[in-house]
Design a protein around this ligand. Structure first.
Ligand code: COA
Length: 379
């Protein structure tokens, strides 16, 4: 069987309207535009409207991605939402997204902090490459502002809300994730943590009094971890793809801090203008950060079919995830035939299954009726 790749065929984003600028933050905490800009590169971030939840934002970016791919929600076979700020702890935000989108498929939420979307992209690619599925939505969304303490100047200047999504579909030409690395070092858990309201420290007066349901961060430790990780992890996935950093057309690192990105560029001996940055507009949007940058790079024409992109995210866990992604070029007609045959088999199988399900359902209803009649007869 020919090798299958998981090509990105659709992309979309949603960013809430409300903007929180450095000037706004100057009025809320003891900080300055000069401090935030020089230490992070961030100028403003977007914050959700009241009542706007992660599922709502995900649906908007997903619809945009489906439109680019020319698909409807009914075509989607799996939805993965990378998110650490779900609408509820239970149920999974991915099921809310599936329902609000009107899709009929499996859906699950993936939590790996800011690295979540790259983890989700790699996971989704496996389903496509194995031949198990044809159309998957991979969404990264955060309403991280809900967990930010706007009296804590060391964290509140960093984060913003956003959502971005891609559609993955099969391709017979090299496209999508070529190589990847998924990493975790749980010994660094305390460096970036929401300590309260989980089962370790359940909801209580203490959680409220000590603000334990807010995000706590040891900035310098996370900074050191990130600078150690980004360049080295990217180098490994590039090397594994049989490439050199020079062969990469665009680097898309996690948009947490411009200084971390500049350090990575220096360590890779690559010009900084090959490193995409939009953090000045959005701040750190956690799991939405890398896909939002990818979508904007597409929209701005910063990359073209055939280009190789290296992505790297890092965050709570501590986790990190890197990948080399190739943008698909036009597929050959042979590939189209092969893929449409695959799809035809899929739809035929689905029709047979639907008929079998309907027959089974009738038999089940009959069995239930017989049971009810026998109970009625006994009484
Ligand atoms: C958060 C970060 C910008 C802080 O920059 P830094 O140079 O490490 O600064 P420090 O934390 O050492 O603090 C230096 C001083 O600035 C102060 N400070 C912190 N936040 C401030 C703010 N918003 N405005 C003004 N001063 C601030 C500190 O209180 C400290 O003051 P002190 O020296 O009087 O104690 C930086 O550590 C960072 O980006 N870390 C990585 C964070 C990250 O990427 N998190 C997300 C991972 S997904």
């Amino acid at each position: 069987m020919a090798e299958r790749y998981a090509k990105i065929t659709g992309w979309g984003k949603y960013v809430p309207e409300r903007v929180l600028t450095n000037a706004d933050l100057e009025k809320m905490v003891d900080t300055s535009d000069e401090w935030i800009t020089s230490r992070t590169g961030i100028k403003e971030r977007h914050i959700r409207a009241e009542g706007e939840n992660s599922s709502d934002m995900s649906v908007k970016s997903a619809k945009a991605a489906l439109q680019v791919a020319g698909l409807t929600p009914g075509d989607i076979q799996l939805i993965i939402v990378a998110c650490s700020s779900p609408d509820y702890y239970v149920p999974s935000v991915a099921s809310q997204v599936q329902h609000k989108l009107g899709a009929e498929c499996g859906a699950f939420t993936l939590s790996a902090g800011c690295s979540g979307w790259v983890y989700a992209l790699v996971t989704a690619s496996q389903f496509i490459q194995s031949g198990a599925m044809d159309n998957i939505l991979v969404i990264g969304t955060e309403v991280i502002s809900y967990a930010v303490d706007y009296t804590d100047r060391s964290t509140c200047v960093l984060f913003g809300d956003a959502s971005a999504a891609v559609v993955l579909q099969p391709s017979l030409e090299p496209a999508g994730v070529l190589t990847y690395e998924l990493g975790s070092d749980g010994s660094g858990a305390e460096f970036l943590i929401v300590p309260g309201a989980g089962c370790a420290i359940p909801n209580s007066q203490r959680v409220l009094d000590e603000g334990l349901s807010y995000l706590k961060m040891n900035g310098p430790e996370v900074f050191k971890f990130a600078t150690r990780t980004v360049a080295s992890s990217m180098k490994r996935v590039i090397d594994r793809a049989g490439l050199l950093p020079e062969d990469i057309q665009l680097f898309i690192p996690h948009q947490a801090n411009a200084r971390i990105i500049e350090t990575a560029a220096r360590m890779m001996r690559q010009p900084i203008d090959k490193f995409y940055m939009n953090l000045h507009k959005y701040g750190n949007t956690s799991a939405a950060s890398v896909p939002l940058a990818l979508v904007e790079a597409f929209e701005e024409g910063r990359c073209k079919p055939g280009d190789k992109i290296a992505v790297c995210a890092f965050g709570a866990g501590l986790t990190w995830a890197s990948a080399v992604i190739q943008l698909g070029v036009g597929e050959t007609s042979a590939a189209h035939t092969f893929l449409s045959m695959g799809r035809a088999r899929y739809y035929a199988r689905r029709t047979v299954n639907a008929v079998q399900d309907a027959a089974q359902n009738v038999m089940l209803q009959v069995a239930i009726k017989r049971y009810e009649i026998s109970k009625w007869w006994e009484n």
